[in-house]
Design a protein around this ligand. Structure first.
Ligand code: PMP
Length: 351
């Protein structure tokens, strides 16, 4: 606390990121990173860009947006790029989700959403997911200013079919509906397919998960021009150069390497099935996941105690200490060797 702070700083409850500790031999399954390195073309593209670092980057990230547009079959002008999808989300909250009526999002969801609401003074209502941790789109038929939803949801991993997303977007023609698709490449159906039909739909994705580039900080949004223009106006009132030259070059190369993308995401999806079976064999209930993590609880053990016992054996998973999630562990999908280590350590703990 300091008398020098702007008043709002006293009111903030900042987001708490998963820890990044330096422990030798750590099995790190707590922040949904990709267990595989990015495409080798990323390093080549970054190396080739080094001599240009004396120059400012392209403020509109044109080459990157072109690669994203090509991958998704949309126009370059329908793509907005930012410094991680967290920054794209922040601009979205400010540009499109701040209205008199409350913003709606699930009660169990990405815990950054209420943080942005605090920062930007946005009123919100949390809509409970059902007992099976599923989002019910019918529950969003209530007065609201806008809606945001991850699909697949985090930290549950549950995905809604595209038909549900379409119903949600259709039933709110006068509100913006944002679908946060950070994890969509691991088994979800992307709502980008709906963007041309719905002026109120914005889809946000990231290079942090399926492209293995959490450290490069690149995310993007796809929508019709008026929504994208709102993001551009906020971005250019905040930071004209959010993406540096290395990020633009590296992410563009990653987007173009389709073979690497398919190979690595396929491996993660296969490991998810294997890990799910391993956890179930130990008595865990595992929420069906379309993401690069699983959300699981053991009927006889407390989530926090399990997470702590795992940490003592150098295996990190994420625990969310809130009433509806406290029984659960969120476990990122690692390599098969990392998942095997987790299962072996859990066996010891449960014995
Ligand atoms: N959305 C969701 C649902 C997430 O879980 C995350 C990862 N913490 C993000 C967005 C942000 O990812 P990034 O900023 O790395 O793109």
């Amino acid at each position: 606390m300091s008398r020098f702070w702007s008043p709002i700083v006293h009111t903030l409850t900042p987001y708490v990121p998963g820890e990044q500790p330096r422990i030798a031999g750590l099995v790190k399954l707590n922040t949904n990173e990709n267990p595989y390195p990015p495409s080798p073309r990323v390093a080549e593209a970054i190396a080739a860009e080094m001599d240009n670092l004396r120059l400012y980057p392209d403020s509109v990230s044109w080459d990157l947006r072109e690669a994203i547009a090509e991958h998704h079959g949309v126009a370059v002008e329908q793509v907005f790029a930012g410094n991680g999808s967290d920054e794209v989300l922040a601009h979205t909250f400010r540009a499109l989700l701040s209205h008199d009526a409350p913003l709606l999002f699930p009660d169990i969801t990405y815990s950054f959403y209420p943080v942005y609401c605090g920062l930007f003074g946005i009123a919100y209502e949390a809509v409970p997911v059902d007992e099976a941790m599923a989002v019910r789109v019918e529950d969003y038929r209530r007065p609201c200013g806008a809606i945001i939803l991850p699909n697949p949801n985090a930290p549950t991993g549950r995905a809604l079919p595209l038909s549900d997303i379409e119903r949600l977007v259709c039933s709110h023609p006068d509100q913006v509906v944002v679908i946060d698709e950070a994890y969509v490449d691991f088994g979800g159906e992307s709502a980008v397919a709906l963007v041309d039909r719905f002026p109120n739909l914005l889809v946000i994705q990231t290079f942090s998960k399926s492209r293995g580039l959490a450290g490069l900080r690149v995310g993007f949004a796809i929508g019709q021009r008026p929504l994208i223009e709102a993001l551009e106006r906020v971005k250019d009132s905040f930071n004209s150069y959010p993406l540096d030259r290395l990020a633009i070059a590296g992410a563009t190369a990653a987007m173009k390497d389709k073979a690497w993308f398919e190979e690595t995401r396929g491996r993660i999806v296969a490991s998810r099935a294997r890990l799910t079976a391993g956890l179930q064999a130990l008595g865990f209930e595992v929420v069906p996941s379309a993401a690069n993590f699983v959300f699981a609880r053991h009927p006889a053990r407390e989530g926090l105690a399990l997470a702590q016992a795992l940490r003592e054996k150098a295996v990190l998973v994420r625990h969310f200490n809130k009433p509806r999630t406290t029984d659960y562990l969120r476990i990122s999908i690692g390599t098969d060797a990392e998942c095997d280590r987790l299962i072996a350590v859990l066996k010891e703990i449960l014995a």
